[in-house]
Design a protein around this ligand. Structure first.
Ligand SMILES: Cc1ncc(COP(=O)(O)O)c(C=O)c1O
Ligand SMILES: N[C@@H](CCCC[NH3+])C(=O)O
Length: 439
């Protein structure tokens, strides 16, 4: 088993993360439990930033907070000097509540509401990534009476089919996001933005998809965008100061995944952007990127307690854990694959193959199919790796299952950063039909 970050097996044969025994963590915080290896998040953030710095490129590395948004995570992003991508009022509110510098916040979304835009204008965020004509219109309308000017990027869809799951593709022509680059929409959006009194057009944004292992898609996107930038420079006297190529860098969930290092994505992107700019006689724009999964994905591990078991003779052994699609929706939604070990028997050789079921009332609530494991029972803990991105952030209360807490681990210290939801929380927003809720 290849562990991630500071993960290793300690002298008790237990999985250790950030110098903390995971069995001890469970004694203290219970299961299910999300555990984050903070040193690994810092390492990822620094590696992205350093690649730009080494090549002397003006850049912003914006953490895509949709991957995992909590006050503590946003504060960690700030400590590491990252910018922040938010995609809703809730993520924006979290950033503000965390004290994140507003001028380093970039606001995404294909249907930002008036209230959300209002809040973002009031907070004076750094940039709006405008997705459609309606947003151009309402943003101008909201800014005019305040006599405020806001920075914007136009999100374009370059017409690229990156190799990833269909549900997480975003750069193809037939996408709900952005202005079509090929069909004249992007040209029209540039005209509208340039005419507007209160929108300061900084440049272009594009995001081709998520969990991408090759650089080709990013490079083709950059080339296609530059063809337009050249036209816009010649025909509209508009020169882009910023090119944001989004996130999407893939990570290793299982041994079948073979991602290139984060620095390689960045180096190749920089190379192409410089090349294109030079070829077209333009200044190299500032390059912004928005990694989410590659910032936090492999830093997260979920700890579960093993529970019931069911054998379907000659077919399979189901082993159930005390969580499931309520804390990790990805297997049910994308057929995502994960690796796991018994946290308390981390160096014991497997002696059976089991399929890990969640506890939700849904046949599709399966976390891992056909996983080799040592024989296990209720005294054992399952550690599922690489759950740091889109795990907690997509967690839900299906079956009124409370969401697990989140613990940050660094240098042998554990810090609770999200509390466990309680059953009271499950009825917190409910209003009774009768006077009293029976307890
Ligand atoms: C606009 C945008 N930026 C950044 C991201 C982050 O992607 P990832 O987590 O794959 O790096 C996403 C999600 O796919 C996105 O839609
Ligand atoms: N939620 C997705 C990625 C979403 C990408 C956001 N545009 C995942 O878990 O892989």
């Amino acid at each position: 088993m290849q562990f991630h970050g500071t993960g290793k097996v300690n002298e008790h044969g237990h999985l250790e993360i950030g110098g903390m025994d995971t069995v001890t963590l469970v004694e203290q915080y219970g299961t299910p439990l999300y555990v984050y290896d903070v040193a690994l998040i810092r390492e990822r953030a620094r590696s992205f930033k350093k690649t730009f710095e080494n090549l002397n490129i003006k850049a912003q590395v914006a953490y895509a907070s949709k991957a995992f948004s909590t006050v503590a995570m946003v504060q960690l992003a700030e400590e590491e000097g990252l910018s922040l991508d938010v995609v809703s009022g809730g993520e924006l509110y979290t950033a503000i509540a965390a004290g994140f510098p507003a001028d380093k916040i970039h606001f995404h979304g294909n249907n930002k509401s008036l209230e959300e835009l209002d809040m973002a204008i009031e907070k004076e965020i750094g940039c709006f990534v405008v997705d459609n004509f309606y947003e151009l219109e309402i943003l101008e309308e909201l800014c005019a009476p305040r006599e405020k000017t806001v920075n914007i990027l136009l999100r374009v869809t370059p017409g690229i089919e990156a190799h990833t799951h269909d549900y997480i593709l975003t750069g193809q022509d037939d996408s709900k996001f952005g202005f079509g680059l090929q069909n004249g929409q992007a040209d029209e959006a540039v005209d509208t933005a340039l005419k507007s009194k209160h929108l300061n057009l900084l440049g272009v944004h594009c995001h081709i998809g998520s969990q991408i292992f090759e650089t080709t898609g990013f490079l083709v996107a950059a080339r296609k965008i530059f063809e337009k930038l050249k036209d816009w420079k010649n025909e509209k006297a508009f020169e882009a100061q910023v090119l944001n190529l989004g996130g999407g860098f893939g990570i290793r969930y299982t041994k079948e995944d073979d991602p290139i290092p984060a620095s390689q994505y960045v180096e190749e992107i920089i190379g192409e952007v410089k090349n294109q700019a030079e070829k077209l006689g333009m200044e190299t724009p500032e390059i912004w990127i928005e990694p989410g999964r590659s910032m936090v994905g492999d830093a997260g591990t979920t700890l579960y307690r093993i529970g019931s078991r069911k054998e379907v003779p000659n077919v399979r052994q189901y082993v159930a854990v005390d969580g499931g699609m309520s804390d990790n929706l990805r297997p049910a939604l994308y057929q995502a694959k994960y690796e796991a070990v018994l946290a308390n028997k981390a160096n014991v050789e497997p002696d059976e193959t089991v399929s890990i079921a969640g506890k939700c009332c849904e046949s599709g609530d399966m976390l891992i199919w056909d996983l080799p494991l040592p024989k296990s029972d209720h005294t054992d803990l399952l550690a599922v790796f690489c759950t740091g991105a889109y795990g907690y952030s997509m967690a839900n209360n299906y079956n009124r299952i409370p969401r697990p807490p989140v613990v940050f681990i660094e240098n042998g210290q554990a810090k609770l950063v999200v509390k466990r939801e309680s059953f009271e929380d499950m009825v917190r927003l409910d209003l009774p039909l009768k006077e009293k809720i029976k307890k």
